[in-house]
Write a protein of this length. Structure first.
Ligand SMILES: [Zn+2]
Length: 271
C-alpha cells in the first residue's frame, strides 16, 4: 500500500491510496463513518422551555451540534466503571444553556452553551438552535457523551467520506482531429486545447461521465476513459469534532482490533 497526500487541512484531506482492494477501501470508509467515537449531547434535563420548539425537537437540534472531542480523556459510557445513567466526570461533559429574550427577539446559538470543560465545546459558535420571542426562556442541562455513528448520526465524525477509482484518460493522437468538442463539454475541464492538439491537463479530476466520448464525432472515438481499480482517490472531511488525521488513525486502529478479535475467535473454534 502506498499513500500520497494530495491536499490536507485540519478539516479535510484528499489522498491517493495505491495497492488496496475495493473491500478494504470500503472498510476504511465505513469505519470512519460509523465506528470512530466522538462527543455529542445525549441526555438533556430541561428545566424550562417556553420557546415555540417542543422539548424533543430542541433536544434533537442540540444533539446534532458537533462538539470538539477529546478522545484521550474520556471513556465510552459502556466502558466506564461508573455504569451510571447520566455518566460521571470520566464519561460525560455537562453543558448548560440558560437564555432569555429580554429586549426583543433573540436567536439562541450554539455559542450560548456553557461547557464545564473548555476543550469540549461546539465546533462553531454560530449554529442557530431556536429563536425566542420577548419573554421566552430556555434553561437546560445537556450531557455530552462519546458514541458511534452506527447508533446515531450525531456521533458521526465525518461530514463526507468517499472514494473513487483513479481515472485513466487516453487519447489516440493518430485518429484525433483536435476539434475540441471534448474540451468544451467536459464538466471538470480535464482537457485543454493547445494549438491543434487536445491535451489531458487534469486527469485526476475526471469523474468518468464519458460525455467527451459521446460528443466525439469520430467513430470509434479516439478518447478512452477507464480506471485503475487498485488505486483510490479518498476524500475525508471532518465535522470539526476531531482532526482528520486522527479519524483515519482511529479507523485503522479499530480495524486492527476487529481483525485481532476475529483471529482470536477463529483460534477458539479450532481448539
Ligand atoms: Zn462514567
Amino acid at each position: 500500500m502506498r499513500v500520497t497526500i494530495l491536499e490536507k487541512s485540519d478539516l479535510a484531506a484528499r489522498l491517493i491510496i495505491e495497492g488496496i482492494s475495493p473491500p478494504l477501501a470500503n472498510t476504511l470508509r465505513r469505519i470512519s463513518l460509523s465506528e470512530v467515537p466522538v462527543m455529542a449531547i445525549d441526555d438533556i434535563v430541561i428545566y424550562e422551555n417556553s420557546s415555540v420548539l417542543h422539548d424533543e425537537i430542541l433536544a434533537l437540534r442540540l444533539g446534532l451540534i458537533p462538539l470538539k472531542t477529546d478522545l484521550d480523556s474520556y471513556n465510552l459510557p459502556e466502558k466506564c466503571t461508573c455504569k451510571s445513567e447520566l455518566g460521571c466526570s470520566l464519561c460525560r461533559v455537562v453543558l448548560t444553556l440558560n437564555v432569555e429574550a429580554k429586549g426583543g427577539v433573540r436567536t439562541v446559538y450554539s455559542g450560548d452553551l456553557v461547557s464545564e470543560n473548555p476543550n469540549i465545546v461546539p465546533v462553531s459558535d454560530k449554529i442557530p438552535i431556536v429563536k425566542l420571542a420577548p419573554g421566552q426562556r430556555i434553561m437546560l442541562e445537556a450531557y455530552a457523551k462519546l458514541g458511534r455513528g452506527k447508533d446515531h448520526a450525531k456521533w458521526q465524525p465525518v461530514s463526507a467520506c468517499n472514494y473513487r477509482y483513479k481515472p485513466i484518460v487516453n487519447i489516440d493522437y493518430a485518429r484525433c482531429d483536435g476539434c475540441g468538442k471534448c474540451a468544451d463539454i467536459c464538466p471538470k475541464r480535464v482537457f485543454a486545447k493547445e494549438g491543434d492538439k487536445i491535451v489531458v491537463v487534469r486527469e485526476m479530476d475526471c469523474i468518468l461521465c464519458t460525455d467527451c466520448v459521446r460528443v466525439c464525432g469520430i467513430k470509434p472515438p479516439p478518447i478512452q476513459i477507464s480506471w485503475d481499480d487498485s488505486t483510490f482517490i479518498f476524500y475525508i472531511e471532518s465535522t470539526g469534532s476531531l482532526p482528520v488525521d486522527r479519524i483515519i488513525f482511529e479507523a485503522l486502529k479499530i480495524y486492527e482490533e476487529k481483525f485481532t478479535e476475529f483471529m482470536e475467535l477463529l483460534k477458539g473454534l479450532r481448539e
